[in-house]
Design a protein around this ligand. Structure first.
Ligand code: KMH
Ligand code: ZN
Length: 271
């Protein structure tokens, strides 16, 4: 089986220091967390910008610092968020892509998101996809609900996007697709042929869905953006602790963990 790509979603836009005291916020803290996660087996870091007071931002300069500081510390694929935070404009959200990171996310539709609505207008999604294509940024299609994988398939059929595709199933957001084994099996059954996939289980769904992905030949995303606990009632001490556990389970199951160079090869990112 293909080696396992582990993505560490280090910060997100919603989690606070009150919920997770070890949440990395500043570019230096994010770079430290990226280094520790890379050491533990992550080959991708999914990053969100924050101002020093914790407010989410898509400010290009904040992302520039994050990317440069991560690169100074270690070799890992930096994947910038274009989801940003609920309520940001599409233009704001797209800003970090102009830095030409190796990878960026592209949310494939609108969805209720806890008590909010995460808006992704089809026209904006088109602009995001075209910009990423033009700049040579590898897209990770973020799929929160079943209609979004249909959209990936529709785009592929129309020739708007081309293989090799990499899809991330984000499962367990209140208002979106459930974080259950059945939901993951359905999503996987809808994947275009040859596409690679990752699962990001939210909260308590993180570990069971990660374990399923290891078995099924998918890839895994863990980290504080999606889950702040190590187990019920016990906060994780770091993002790296969550990465380490997934790497350990994978190795125990005889599935080796990909290095960043191997992940680039699997995803079709130029070295
Ligand atoms: N913060 C969420 C509203 C992404 O990074 O691409 C969206 C999000 C998706 O986190
Ligand atoms: Zn994100």
């Amino acid at each position: 089986m293909e080696k396992l790509i582990i993505t560490a979603a280090l910060t997100g836009a919603e989690v606070t220091r009150e919920q997770q005291p070890n949440l990395p916020i500043t570019p230096d803290e994010i770079a430290d967390a990226a280094f520790e996660c890379a050491k533990a087996g992550a080959s991708i870091v999914h990053v969100h910008g924050r101002y020093d007071d914790g407010t989410p931002t898509q400010d290009k300069e904040v992302y520039r610092q994050i990317i440069n500081k991560v690169r100074e510390r270690c070799d890992v694929i930096v994947q910038v968020s274009t989801g940003g935070a609920v309520g940001m404009t599409a233009q704001e959200r797209l800003a970090p892509v102009t830095l030409k990171p190796e990878m960026a996310t592209l949310s494939m539709g609108s969805v209720n998101f806890g008590g909010d609505v995460f808006m992704n207008h089809p026209d904006d999604m088109d602009i995001f996809a075209n910009t990423m294509k033009e700049l040579g940024v590898k897209i990770e299609y973020e799929v929160f609900d079943s209609g979004m994988i249909s959209t990936v398939n529709r785009w592929l059929k129309k020739g708007l996007i081309t293989a090799p595709l990499h899809v991330d199933f984000v499962l367990g957001i209140p208002g979106a697709m459930a974080g259950t084994p059945e939901a993951l099996m359905y999503m996987r059954s809808q994947l275009p042929a040859e596409a690679s996939w990752t699962v990001a289980g939210i909260g308590a769904a993180q570990l069971p869905l990660a374990t399923m992905a290891i078995l099924l030949g998918g890839h895994v995303r863990v980290g504080f953006e999606d889950n702040v606990y190590y187990r019920k009632g016990e906060l994780a001490t770091s993002n790296a602790q969550l990465v380490e556990r997934v790497a350990r389970i994978s190795r125990e199951m005889d599935r080796a963990v990909a290095t960043p160079a191997e992940a680039r090869q699997i995803l079709g990112i130029p070295a």
